[in-house]
Design a protein around this ligand. Sequence first.
Ligand SMILES: O=P(O)(O)OC[C@H]1O[C@H](OP(=O)(O)OP(=O)(O)O)[C@H](O)[C@@H]1O
Ligand SMILES: NC(=O)CC[C@H](N)C(=O)O
Ligand code: SF4
Ligand SMILES: [Mg+2]
Length: 444
Amino acid sequence: MKEHCGVFGAVGPEATRLTFEGLKLLQHRGQESAGISWRKGGFITTLKGLGLVGEALDPSKIEESNLSIGHVRYSTTGSVTLEEAQPLDNGNISVSFNGTITNHFLFGRYSTDTEFILKFLAERISSGVSLVDSVKSFIDVADGAFSLLILSSQGEIIAVRDPRGFRPLVIGEIAETKVVSSEDSAIKQLGGKVISYVRPGEIVTLRENEIIREGISNLTPTTCSFEYIYFSRSDSEIDGVSVYASRIRLGEVLAKYHPANGEIVIPVPDSSRPIALGFSRASGIPLEEALVRTISSKRSFIMPSNERRKEVLKEKFGVVEWAVKGKKVVLIDDSIVRGNTMRRLITSLRDNGVREVHVRIGSPMIKYPCYMGIDFPRRSDLIANVGDVDKIAKEIDADSLEYLTVKEMEEAIGRTTLCKACFAGSYPLKGRYVLSNLESVFAR
Ligand SMILES: O=P(O)(O)OC[C@H]1O[C@H](OP(=O)(O)OP(=O)(O)O)[C@H](O)[C@@H]1O
Ligand SMILES: NC(=O)CC[C@H](N)C(=O)O
Ligand code: SF4
Ligand SMILES: [Mg+2]
């Protein structure tokens, strides 16, 4: 799957430096491109590049400013080009966003949903509507997921979270500077503190001397379960719920309802580590770090094509033969999407003399596409499509395979206000869409 993106913004002293540092701490959310916009003398400048933050942005080209937003991208629309990288600016406003505008195609032909947002707002503003009111009419018409930052040449940043709160967004402060970030771990690691998680539907205006918060949605939030399962960093809290604690509990609940007859528990690094730890503690089966992740490897799931995903996986894992040879192992991952990771790992484990592989997954089976910020837009891409659990087990060559149920996942995360569309098929969207139409609109 391709997924999310990360957004970071700052108002106050050292805004651009903090944005640059913040983006590095959100790198797990997007690895295709990175960009920063800042305001100097009433003008907006944007610097963008392809690749990781360190490759894409030369810090010596970033000017000092007290108003800045940034982005790390994992595309869900369009392609991986510099033009489509974010932030996207028109000289007047600059837009940086995490999510997918599910209905953007109903408003015209845009290369990305970000372009739609920018043009929608620009059109309202040019007809005399204020930025905040333009944002309000955007919220009225847009469907889907958006944690969105808008930097204005007038000297403010507006931060908005969609009315269902699909993606995380948090405001905080680092010394004198007000910041907004996809995840609170970035704020805390930079020495700052959280002011508040942005509430679903809320519009926050950040200026040097004030924060104005308005508008809250009365819809039940449906925050993406995958933020807890895979996407966010373990040291983040989403809306006050610890991602690490959720992952530990996913493992404990997995051990409780889906025990496995193995001699060691092996995590698939990185994101399943706390899940495997929870499973190991609850089951009493010792944990072995028998898969070693190549230090330079990227997240495979957020690569833009299946070829690139497989390339990443080829170099990603080594197996500690000493730890696994002759053993029955319980292999824990947070999710199976296309099955690339599992296929590859089980083959490697067997090549290293493993006797039995029992796979336990810390999420329910992914059967439906996502159009709310994560990039698995076609049913045919999902391994769940090959049939029932036994067929999938056969496909990945596992001796046994079990997933959590949706209820068990909710029990573990400790939150029922979650989106579960990719597991259950019912989409918490405003509009009703025919799945096969969305599949062709979002096919890339
Ligand atoms: O079934 P698949 O299509 O292979 O996708 C699922 C895998 O992708 C993710 O890992 P990823 O490599 O993206 O990142 P991680 O190192 O953070 O776990 C996820 O944690 C699974 O391991
Ligand atoms: N993952 C995301 O949040 C992607 C943002 C936006 N839909 C894009 O394609 O650039
Ligand atoms: S469909 Fe799945 S991946 Fe997409 S927002 Fe909902 S829970 Fe998250
Ligand atoms: Mg993984």
